[in-house]
Ligand binder design. Structure first.
Ligand code: TXA
Ligand code: MG
Length: 366
C-alpha cells in the first residue's frame, strides 16, 4: 500500500438540492484527473473520469484494488448507455425500467472505455445512480465516471463520508459529504453477456424484481444455496466486505442459533477475547440479559451487542449493516458472531455480504 500523501478536501453538500458551486469544484477535480468520493443511493463511490486511463489507475492505487477487478461506469441518464456499452433490446428495457437505480448491467463495451476500467475484458458494467449529488456531479463533469465503492479493498463498503475518510484520507482529492446512503448495500449486478441473463451480485434491486422482467434469470452458481455449509466451496468466497475481526456466521433455527452464539461467545470470553454479537431487534433483550452475567469491569474482555434492526424490515438491516461492522471494528472486538437472516428481497444481498464477511463459511447449528 502506497503512503497517504494527498490533502483530502471534504465538502458538505445537500443530498436533495446540491449546491452547484460545490458540485462544480468536484467536477473540476474529475476533469483534472483527480479522485472524488461521492454518495450514491447504495454506498459511496470513488470516482474518476472513466475515459482517462491515468485517472482510473489512481483508483486502483488508492484502494489497493487488484487490477484484475473491473469498475462500474456511472452515467447521467439511460440515453447515454450506448456511448459506453453495446446494449441489447433487453438492456434498453431494463435501463428504462430500473434507472436511475441500484441495477448495474454488464454489456459488451464500446472502444471508448479504456482497458483498465474493464480489467482487460470486452465487457463493461454500467449504471445510472439514483442520487441527486451523483447525478449533478455526472452532469457537471460531462464525462462518465468510473467508481468502485470508496473503501480500501476488502473493507466494508462506506455508507457515510466518515467511513470514506477512515479508509482513504490522504489518498484521494475530495469527498462530497452528502450524509448516509439510503440503501446501504451495493447495486445488483446483472450480466447480459452470458447465454442466459445472470445475477452476479445481489444488491439493491431484488432478484424477484428482475425475475418479473426476465423469467429465465439465473443466479450465479455460488448464490444458489446461500446457506450452503460452505466447506464445499469456501474458495469461491474470498474474504470481502469484511470487518477486521474474525467473523462467524450461524445458520439454523433462530433458537438454536442464539444458543450456539452464546456458547461460542462464552468460550471466546473465557479465552480472553472480546466478542461482538450481531442480532435482530427481537433477540436484543434476551442477549443483553444473557451478557449481563459477564462482569466486564472485572475482566479485560467485553461483549458488544449490536441490533441490526427488525427481522422483517430488511431495508433497515441493509441500511445499517456495513456501519455496524465498522462500529464493531472500531470497538476492537476480536470476533463477531452473526445469525443468518432471511434471503427474500433485499435479504439475498444481506446474506451475501454476511457470507463474504465469513469467507464463505457457515456454521450450521441444526
Ligand atoms: O452500488 C454500487 O454498485 C457501488 C456504487 C458506487 O455504484 N459500486 C460498487 O463498485 O459496488 P465495486 O467496484 O465495489 O463493485 C463492482 C463489482 C465488482 O465485484 C466487479 O468485479 C464487478 O462489479 N464488475 C465490474 N465490471 C464488471 C464486468 N465487466 N463484468 C463483471 N463484473 C464486473
Ligand atoms: Mg466494492
Amino acid at each position: 500500500m502506497t503512503p497517504a500523501t494527498l490533502l483530502t478536501q471534504v465538502l458538505s453538500v445537500s443530498s436533495t438540492a446540491p449546491d452547484p458551486v460545490v458540485i462544480a469544484a468536484a467536477a473540476a477535480q474529475i476533469q483534472a484527473g483527480g479522485l472524488v468520493a461521492f454518495p450514491t443511493e447504495t454506498v459511496y463511490g470513488l470516482g474518476a473520469n472513466a475515459f482517462d486511463a491515468d485517472a482510473v489507475a489512481k483508483i486502483f492505487t488508492a484502494k489497493g484494488r487488484p487490477a484484475t477487478n473491473p469498475l462500474i461506469v456511472h452515467i447521467a441518464a439511460p440515453e447515454q448507455l450506448d456511448t459506453v456499452a453495446q446494449p441489447s433490446a433487453l438492456a434498453w428495457q431494463l435501463a428504462i425500467q430500473f434507472w436511475p437505480g441500484a441495477l448495474t448491467l454488464v454489456l459488451p463495451k464500446q472502444g471508448i472505455i479504456p482497458a483498465i476500467v474493464s480489467a482487460g475484458q470486452e465487457t463493461v458494467a454500467v449504471r445510472v445512480p439514483a442520487h441527486p449529488v451523483a447525478i449533478a456531479l455526472l452532469h457537471a463533469s460531462g464525462v462518465a465516471i468510473a467508481a468502485p465503492s470508496a473503501n480500501r479493498s476488502n473493507r466494508p463498503s462506506p455508507t457515510t463520508a466518515a467511513h470514506v475518510i477512515d479508509d482513504l484520507a490522504g489518498r484521494i482529492d475530495l469527498v462530497l459529504d452528502g450524509g448516509s446512503t439510503a440503501i446501504g448495500v451495493e447495486s445488483t449486478i446483472l450480466d447480459l453477456t452470458s447465454p442466459v441473463p445472470t445475477l452476479l451480485r445481489p444488491g439493491g434491486i431484488s432478484y424477484e424484481q428482475l425475475q418479473a422482467v426476465i423469467p429465465n434469470l439465473e443466479l450465479a452458481s455460488r448464490y444458489q444455496q446461500p446457506h450452503n455449509t460452505a466447506a464445499k466451496s469456501p474458495g469461491l468466497f474470498s474474504k470481502h466486505y469484511s470487518p477486521q475481526a474474525e467473523f462467524l456466521l450461524f445458520a439454523g433455527s433462530p433458537t438454536a442459533v442464539l444458543g450456539e452464539m452464546q456458547a461460542i461467545a462464552a468460550q471466546r470470553l473465557q479465552a480472553g477475547q472480546s466478542v461482538g454479537m450481531l442480532c435482530v431487534e427481537g433477540d436484543r433483550a434476551a442477549l443483553t440479559e444473557w451478557a449481563s452475567q459477564w462482569p466486564n469491569h472485572a475482566l479485560t474482555h467485553a461483549i458488544v451487542i449490536l441490533s441490526l434492526g427488525t427481522a422483517d424490515q430488511l431495508d433497515q438491516i441493509a441500511h445499517g449493516l456495513f456501519a455496524g461492522l465498522r462500529q464493531l471494528d472500531r470497538q476492537g472486538v476480536d470476533v463477531i458472531l452473526s445469525p443468518s437472516l432471511p434471503t427474500t428481497g433485499l435479504g439475498l444481498a444481506i446474506a451475501d455480504r454476511l457470507l463474504r464477511a465469513a469467507s464463505g463459511q457457515v456454521i450450521q447449528v441444526d
